[in-house]
Design a protein around this ligand. Sequence first.
Ligand code: CA
Length: 228
Amino acid sequence: MSLRVLVVEDDREIRTLVQSALALEGFEVQTAVTLSEAVALLQNSPPDVIVLDLGLPDGEGLQLVRELRRNSSVPVVVVSARHQETQKIELLDAGADDYLTKPFSVAELLARIRVALRHRGTALAAAVTVHALDDLHIDLSTRTVMRAGQPVHLTPTEFKLLAHLVRSVGRVVTHRQLLADVWGPEYTEHTHYLRLYMAQLRAKIERDPAEPRHLLTETGVGYRLAAD
Ligand code: CA
């Protein structure tokens, strides 16, 4: 059975492009132009994944995510315009899985959808504990990090930070989510902690910390551990 995707987008050109690209990939595609149309479709036939535009004629995508997260864990990939940066962070904190900024390529969208689906799938089955890419190997269960075959020594805080990114591999994690998880909910504004610890982590696990291959910066939003 093919996976069902709901595309909520009021821009006809983008909607048509995304619809045909996803159909080509074997998805069963439903589209909605407004929030209310999306809500009606969600009630009738819940999709496996949602591609959601931020600004819609009858409201903001954020409303839908908040509503949805009360009783659903369906993956949501948000599509936003560049000027909607702050809303984007709110959306991720409200439970959206990832985002893309317009204009985006169909290949990028498909990659984000796959990661979001995989993540929800593994969250239900077993959490990701091993991450290997290039010369980096991380095993959360044994708390070991190897780079080019050599053990890397991390402080407990560095390890906690890296572990959160491994569990969300391929997905963006907001500053707020990282700060709350690693330092505690009262530290969500202390983004300087993140900058400091991320620099330390990069110095330890990146071949060239100035050109990170693994720990990617999502400007103004957060960080992403590269999946491939
Ligand atoms: Ca729009």
